[in-house]
Design a protein. Structure first.
Length: 330
C-alpha cells in the first residue's frame, strides 16, 4: 500500500503487478547544465506538453499514485510545474520534482511547498565549489546557490532528497558526500548507480562505477550511515544478493519500477519506457496512444521489455551473464 508522501513508496511495494502507478513527466528536456553522464538534455523536446495538457492526461488515469517531474531541468518551466503539483495535491497524487537546484529561489521553493509538493529531489555530487565548477564547466557561484537552495528546502519543511550518482568522480568521495548531506540537514540520501549512456564510447567518458568501487562505496555508505538518515540505493536491486548487500532499517534497495509501473511522458507526447536507461518510444499521446489502456493493450516494445526485463545497470557490472543470455537466446 502507498504510504502517503513516503519517498519511494512505489519502489518499496512488492513488484510483480504491471500497471501505470507512476508517471514521470518531462515538461522539458532542455537544461541549463550539460552533464557528461546524462542523455536527457540531448533529446528533441517539442514542448507541446503544457501544464493543462499534462493535467488532462493525469485526470484520466485512475491507477496513478505518483507524478514525478523530471527532464531536462523542469524548473525551466516553473509555472507549469507548480500547476501540475497543485492539481496532483488536490487529487491525492504524490509528487516529486527532480532538479539540479540551480534555478530555485526562496520564492520558488515557497510556492512548491504551498502547492503541496511531496518531495524535492536535488542532484548532489560534489562537496566543494571548485570541483563542481571544474566538472560541470560552471561558475563556482552556481554551487553556492545550489547549497543555499538545499538549505532553504530543508528550512521550509519540504521533504528533501539529495541524490548522488555513483560514478567515477564520486566513488572515492562518498564518505565526505554523505557527511555533507547530513550537515545540510537532509535526512534522505539516494545513491543512484550509474547507467551507461549511448555516448559512452567517447574517450574519457568515465561515468560508470566498476563493480569493486560500487561494492566498496555501498559498504562504506552503509557502515557510516547516521541513524537518523535513510539511504536509498537505486538501480542495484537486480544484483544486491549477488554482491552480498542486504536491506536493513534505514537502508533500502529500491525496486525498479521503470517500464513496469512507471512510464516517462516526454514534452512532445512521446511515451518512453525510461528516459535514462531505455529511451525507447512506445507510443505518443498525440498519435493515438492511450495511457489508460497501455498496460492492457501493451504495445509490442513494452511487451518485449516486460518479457525480458533487461537492465543495463546489471549488464554493465556482469557482462559475462549478458553474453551468456544472448548465446542461450540464439
Ligand atoms: C536526468 S536528471 C533530471 C533532473 C535534474 N536536471 C537533475 O539533474 O537532477 C535526473 C537524475 O538522473 C540522473 N542521471 C543522469 N545521468 C545518469 C546516468 N548516466 N546514470 C544514472 N543516473 C543518471 C541525474 O544524476 C539526476 O539525479
Ligand atoms: S543530469 Fe540533470 S542537470 Fe545534468 S544535463 Fe541531465 S537534465 Fe541537466
Ligand atoms: S532497468 Fe534501468 S532503471 Fe531499472 S534498475 Fe536497471 S538500469 Fe535502473
Amino acid at each position: 500500500m502507498l504510504t502517503e508522501n513516503k519517498y519511494k513508496a512505489l519502489e518499496l511495494e512488492t513488484p510483480g503487478l504491471y500497471e501505470l502507478e507512476g508517471l514521470e513527466i518531462g515538461v522539458t528536456s532542455n537544461c541549463n547544465f550539460k552533464c557528461d553522464y546524462c542523455c536527457a538534455y540531448r533529446r528533441n523536446d517539442g514542448s507541446k506538453l503544457s501544464a493543462e495538457e499534462a493535467i488532462r492526461l493525469i485526470r484520466e488515469l485512475p491507477t496513478l499514485k505518483r507524478v514525478r517531474l523530471s527532464g531536462g531541468e523542469v524548473t525551466m518551466r516553473f509555472e507549469d510545474c507548480v500547476k501540475i503539483v497543485a492539481y496532483c495535491t488536490e487529487n491525492g497524487i504524490a509528487t516529486q520534482l527532480n532538479t539540479n537546484g540551480s534555478l530555485l529561489s526562496p520564492e520558488r521553493i515557497r510556492r512548491l511547498k504551498e502547492a503541496g509538493l511531496s518531495n524535492i529531489h536535488l542532484s548532489f555530487n560534489f562537496t566543494d565549489a571548485e570541483s563542481f565548477a571544474a566538472y560541470y564547466g560552471m561558475d563556482p557561484r552556481v554551487y553556492k546557490k545550489v547549497i543555499e537552495n538545499i538549505r532553504l528546502c530543508v528550512e521550509l519543511g519540504l521533504e528533501t532528497v539529495l541524490e548522488t550518482l555513483l560514478f567515477g568522480p564520486t566513488q572515492e568521495n562518498m564518505p565526505a558526500i554523505s557527511a555533507m548531506v547530513h550537515d545540510l540537514g537532509v535526512r534522505i540520501h539516494e545513491i543512484q548507480n550509474s547507467i551507461v549512456m549511448d555516448h559512452a564510447e567517447r574517450p574519457g567518458w568515465n561515468a560508470v562505477a566498476s563493480r569493486e568501487s560500487l561494492v566498496r562505496s555501498v559498504r562504506e555508505l552503509i557502515a557510516n550511515r547516521r541513524p537518523d538518515t535513510d539511504l536509498y540505493l537505486t538501480c542495484m536491486d537486480r544484483f544486491l544478493d549477488k554482491l552480498g548487500f542486504k536491506e536493513e532499517p534505514g537502508v533500502y534497495f529500491s525496486n525498479c519500477v521503470d517500464g513496469k509501473k512507471q512510464l516517462h511522458l516526454h514534452g512532445n507526447g512521446d511515451i518512453l519506457i525510461c528516459e535514462l536507461c531505455r529511451p525507447e518510444i512506445i507510443g505518443n499521446v498525440y498519435e493515438g496512444t492511450d495511457l489508460r489502456t497501455i498496460y492492457a493493450n501493451r504495445p509490442k516494445a513494452l511487451d518485449e521489455f516486460l518479457e525480458k526485463l533487461p537492465c543495463p545497470a546489471y549488464d554493465a557490472l556482469f557482462p559475462a551473464d549478458e553474453e551468456l543470455h544472448s548465446s542461450t537466446e540464439l
